[in-house]
Design a protein around this ligand. Structure first.
Ligand code: DAH
Length: 367
């Protein structure tokens, strides 16, 4: 019975309880038990380190269902002549506990406040600037290119990066023995499935779906098995352009590219066309701009020629029109394709293409 009562009170108080005295089936707390409670309280108070520990102890002893009020509940069960004396002792214990805890809570809250003071920071120190994200330089270049061509009435379209030989070569009039078809120049996934090596594929996909007039640019990623170095990457970005309508001439191509070059590189940049060859355009040209780094005087970037190539272009070859069932007698068009990394490098004087892909904040934060 005594053991039962002990474990009940231990459960209630969350503390070890001294022995009980049982008479006439009634449970009495002996004065020593009050003293023991006092002793346990002193032990517990001595271990307090923080304000919240002190506050928890206050709830444990002085709370509505705390140790002291549980002790008080026993008074009515005591013989009448004992009640006053036990009551007094419990009250004395309660006063003592209240005073000791109040002192501790006072002291600990003062300490807490003064530790806040120590933490006060120096408002005169320069602040930390939050790092605000921005566009990757290549994304920015594509946005700038889109901007110029949108003003000229071009729509932005996209095509798949995984392509068939038909869209990457056949429909673009690239002969079956052309070296660019070998796996030295193209990534094959399996026979007839490849990673597109040029965005010219999108010309075919759009012309298959739409009738002229066509006026599109197609930005996107292309892949070539090139060894990575300062100028080459196995993956890079291109922007393809295509305009098809009745009566489109080489002058329109020149005028359009002239507008782009002046807007993107600046008014002082010169443009020149050099005859070239691409299977899908006839005539074809490579377009150079005066080297923006040395203003055409000659430097290592332009191989001391004063000019740098930025894109390939030409009038759409009638064989391409045939592949998409356009009437080559009725329609003419021009096309061009430029490397996004290349124009970005020329505009900002970047000498290594790998910088675009390394995610180095020291590089990226300069844009
Ligand atoms: N597709 C060519 C390349 O990747 C670039 C090109 C040249 C695109 C001439 C054209 C063009 O549309 O007419 O090298």
């Amino acid at each position: 019975m005594i053991e039962k009562a002990r474990s009940f009170i231990e459960c209630m108080y969350g503390m070890s309880v001294p022995a009980f005295f049982i008479t006439n089936r009634k449970l009495f707390i002996m004065p020593e038990e009050i003293q023991d409670t006092q002793k346990i309280f002193h032990d517990e108070v001595a271990r307090i380190k923080t304000l919240s520990e002190a506050e928890l102890l206050k709830v444990k002893y002085l709370g509505r269902t705390g140790v002291v009020s549980e002790l008080m509940k026993v008074i009515p069960k005591l013989p009448v002549d004992k009640r006053a004396s036990y009551g007094k002792q419990i009250n004395a214990l309660k006063d003592e506990i209240s005073k000791i805890l109040a002192d501790h809570i006072n002291r600990l809250s003062l300490e807490k406040k003064s530790s806040y003071k120590k933490e006060v920071f120096d408002v005169t120190l320069p602040g930390k600037l939050p790092c605000i994200g921005k566009k990757h330089p290549l994304t920015q270049t594509i946005a700038d290119i889109k901007d110029v061509f949108a003003r000229l009435g071009f729509e932005v379209v996209f095509g798949p990066e995984v392509e068939s030989e038909y869209y990457n070569f056949d429909a673009l009039n690239i002969p079956s023995d052309h070296p660019s078809r070998t796996d030295f120049d193209t990534f094959y996934i399996k026979e007839d499935v490849l990673l597109r090596s040029q965005t010219s594929t999108v010309q075919i996909r759009i012309m298959e779906k739409q009738k002229p007039p066509i006026r599109i640019i197609a930005p996107g990623i292309v892949y070539r098995p090139d060894t990575v170095d300062a100028r080459h990457s196995f993956m890079f970005h291109q922007v393809e352009g295509l305009l098809v309508d009745e009566g489109v001439s080489f002058a329109d191509l020149k005028g359009t590219l002239y507008q782009f070059i002046k807007s993107y590189f600046g008014e002082n940049v010169q443009m020149r066309f050099r005859p070239s060859f691409f299977p899908f355009t006839e005539p074809s040209a490579e377009v150079d701009i005066s080297c923006s780094l040395c203003s055409g005087k000659g430097c290592s970037v332009c191989s001391y020629s004063g000019w740098v190539e930025i894109l390939g272009a030409g009038m759409v070859d009638p064989n391409v029109f045939e592949a998409v069932h356009y009437d080559a007698e009725k329609y003419t068009g021009f096309a061009f394709g430029m490397g996004v990394e290349r124009v970005t490098m020329l505009k900002y004087g970047i000498d290594d293409i790998r910088l675009f892909y390394e995610n180095d904040m020291r590089f990226l934060s300069q844009f």
